[in-house]
Write a protein that binds this ligand. Sequence first.
Ligand SMILES: *Cc1c(COP(=O)(O)O)cnc(C)c1O
Length: 429
Amino acid sequence: MAQQSTREAIALDKSHLWHPFTQHRDWNAPEHEPLVLVEGEGALLRDSEGREYIDGNSSIWTNLHGHRHPKIDAAIRAQLDRVAHTSFLGFTHPLAAELARELVALWPANTLTRVFLSDDGSTAVEVALKMAVQFWQQNGHPERTRFIAFSGAYHGDTMGASSLGGISTFHGRFSAWQFPAEHVASVGALDTLDSTTIAAVVIEPLMQGAAGMRLWPRGMLAELRRWCDEHGVLLILDEVMTGFGRTGKMFACEHEGVIPDFIALAKGLTGGYLPLAATLTSERIFNAFLGGPDRTLYYGHSYTANQLGCAAALASLAIFREERVLEQLAGKIDLLARLLGKPRGQRYVAEVRQCGFMAGVELRRTEQEAFPADQFIGAKVCLAARRHGLLTRPIRDTIVLMPPYCINEAQIGGMVSALATAIREVCGG
Ligand SMILES: *Cc1c(COP(=O)(O)O)cnc(C)c1O
């Protein structure tokens, strides 16, 4: 792409677009030159000036097998020759049916047997919330209405999903318009609540993402499942980030032998190609919705079960099997852990938190003291890393490393050393 068109794209962007999670005074400032991404291949992205970068956060946690994977590309192209999208309200199609079968087959028999398709992580969570409320209404416990989430939780940005959110910067302003949800910091704290009026507990298992890549104590998820069983409360797992291999197993909950009542899946479902989400639940929940029109779940979106998205998701699942992705990933997870030992030794690296193929590198001025928020250290480090060929995004001063699974060993090394160099350049030490 010529320099001319890069400038034109940036000018048009600044004239007309409104970006997510972005302060446009800064974005639109004349000296800010947004990166214009135009191509990708494997773990790499290319900008409009031909510069290459490692996609260090998998294009905001979505990509699994790399960009332009031949199998996913071919599956989408083949589907385009048939039809791109048809309504799922009153109709079905073979790809959605096959995808549901394959998603259910990832779980032990007779556990999660029903698949509800929607568009993104937020909607995947919201449909679980609505199902949980209506389930109790139709199952003799209309008093079970409360939702419990965890401190620091992030479950999406729509009004409903953000009601569960526990990050005040993102969610605080809208609290008067959100439905009431209560937050606890641990499983133990649940015992202070009247469990008989709780509809469901919602959690990001193993690692909270947007909270800053925060790890839960080992065994906590199994403990939560036991608590929910004891008190007859439904358990909703938000595996929008952790699902599809990120933790080293297909789903995070497998690490603790937990099966939820609902699981929300999105980001990686299509390999990071197209917006598609799935909410899985059990036959017990599903059966409570059978009967007259008053038992119908009145919920859906125009693009539910989009045919191109389903084709991409099926291809992604095929890649897991055919390329033995999880087996290949185990060695890369170990390598990432070994290499992250180096920045860990750096003066301002307070903590490295890794779960499978996701890591957060937290920068602090001292052990006790964060950098002042107005120094934007995390953002500056990511900008410096970009000059060394690494793209990622911070959560405040925690730098996220979450590359596509197809990344090779040399690229993993390049990613970590780009980050280490950037930290030195910005923080010194
Ligand atoms: C990204 C994310 C969501 C929201 O998904 P969207 O597709 O952005 O709506 C929800 N939960 C978790 C854990 C996420 O990481």
